[in-house]
Write a protein that binds this ligand. Structure first.
Ligand SMILES: [Zn+2]
Length: 458
């Protein structure tokens, strides 16, 4: 049986990080079978789904894939703890005061929208929490925090700033809140700076805090690098961490130039946690001993290494409260056919991912104001009554919104709230002149790519 003790996870992860591929394969096999046995015994959903399959699973591909809408529809049957009810979890997350507070005192909760546009709720148990912290300390700690970084952090007093969306139970902010609450004496030194603030206010707060560790969405970091190069921002972090969005070559170069350190990049999602981390060569290695990762085509058939997949199936080998087994993610990825020269034997992945662009609006008689797609997304997503939306910039001062309310009979009041929130957000950015209009059509997938995008420029 796998032990979920911090030390044994860390020691085992250390053996696997640079170990033989056979060792990794053996762990994957053992952990998959423990997970499947547990899910069959405690989740009515998986018991039904796996009826008729052999007791021991040789290959993950023997198991049928699952999707987010399916898990959300059967939430109470998926969850292995009968004390957890979807309605109660929804009440818990409706209150922002519960950010970072565990549900029933033991489960962390995240919400997500993702590529299908269907809202999702995910629970994380103590096993997974132990795995995430042990694996991160060992792998990310070992790769990113060299002597210079640690010296720099101590010199700067260890302050850290994260520029994330703070207006919902998203992965980044929930992790951060948990860190703050478990670290009360340092709570004030670990700051969340809401990405929804106007850029000059973000700059002011960063200048005041002088963070040694600075994290954010790739697009926000790119924008702030520009602020630093133009002299308005003046900070000297010893480490810069990019997450949630793919880090483009342009942003990578800009960040390095502005802050004098190479950005560190990780790859995660609510369903799989921190799934990958970049090594010193800049390659993204997967934590494949804890997350099975299958690049597939639209019919869920495997895509060979070196070729770009249409989507990805992931299996979270640690989490027991909500088994995530061959779960479909919209990420387009390719596995590298070659081993990385850094010596880490964990597989290397390239993630195409989301490529939301920064929108640029023009205020009446003023200079262009950049709007970060994830900031606008978080404002609209957290409006009560919203099921799905898409925000499309159609002119320098016009935003068109496609909206679907959770309940059809509440369509009109939901639209009123959405348009009021959008107007207030734009006004806070000095863009009171922007017109918010409602599209006649409902939210839909892109006819060409089949993906569901949230924010873009037409
Ligand atoms: Zn490497």
């Amino acid at each position: 049986m796998t032990s979920f003790n911090f030390l044994s996870i860390a020691l085992d992860a250390r053996r696997i990080t640079r170990g033989a591929p056979e060792l990794l394969a053996a762990r994957q096999h053992e952990r998959l079978n423990e997970l499947v046995t547990f899910a069959r015994a405690h989740s009515r959903f998986y018991a039904e789904k796996y009826r008729g399959l052999p007791e021991t699973i040789r290959d993950v591909r023997q198991l049928p894939p699952v999707t987010k809408p399916e898990l959300m529809e059967h939430f109470d049957e998926v969850i292995t703890d009968p004390a957890v009810r979807k309605a109660d979890v929804q009440k818990h997350i409706a209150d922002l005061g519960n950010l970072g507070k565990p549900f029933l005192g033991k489960y962390m909760v995240w919400t997500t929208s993702g590529t299908t546009g269907t809202p999702g709720i995910f629970l994380e148990d103590k096993n997974w929490e132990a795995v995430i912290s042990a694996v991160n300390v060992l792998r990310i700690g070992g790769e990113w925090y060299n002597r210079d970084v640690i010296k720099g952090m101590m010199k700067a007093g260890g302050n850290s700033a994260s520029v994330f969306a703070g207006n919902g139970h998203f992965f980044g902010v929930t992790m951060l809140e948990r860190q703050r609450q478990s670290n009360r004496s340092r709570g004030k030194r670990i700051q969340l700076i809401p990405v929804t603030l106007p850029i000059n206010e973000i700059v002011q707060r960063l200048n005041a805090l002088q963070p040694a560790m600075f994290a954010g969405y790739a697009s926000a970091l790119g924008l702030l690098a520009q602020e630093q190069l133009e002299g308005r921002l003046n900070i000297h972090p010893s480490i810069v961490i990019s997450s949630a969005e793919p880090l483009s070559a342009e942003n990578r170069a800009l960040i390095q130039q502005a802050f004098g350190v190479p950005p560190r990049n990780n790859y995660g999602c609510s369903e799989g946690g921190v799934m990958g981390y970049e090594c010193k060569q800049g390659h993204m290695h997967l934590n494949a001993d804890w997350v099975l990762f299958e690049p597939v085509d639209a019919a869920h058939q495997p895509i060979p290494a070196g070729q770009l997949s249409d989507r990805t199936l992931i299996t979270n080998l640690a989490n027991r409260v909500m088994p995530i087994i061959r779960y479909e993610l919209g990420d387009r990825v390719s596995l590298s056919p070659e081993a990385c020269s850094c010596g880490i034997t964990l597989p290397v992945v390239n993630v195409e991912g989301r490529t939301d662009e920064i929108l640029r609006f023009t205020p009446a008689g003023g200079q262009v104001v950049p709007i970060l797609p994830l900031a606008l997304w978080s404002v609209l997503k957290e409006t009560p009554g919203v099921l799905r939306f898409q925000a499309i910039q159609t002119a320098p001062d016009v935003l068109k919104i496609r909206l679907e309310a959770k309940h059809a009979h509440e369509d009109a009041p939901t639209w009123e709230r959405v348009s009021a929130n959008a107007r207030a957000y734009f006004a806070s950015q000095g863009l009171g002149n922007v017109t918010i209009t409602r599209a006649s059509e409902p939210p839909m997938r892109d006819p060409k790519s089949g993906k569901f995008r949230n924010v873009w420029k037409a």
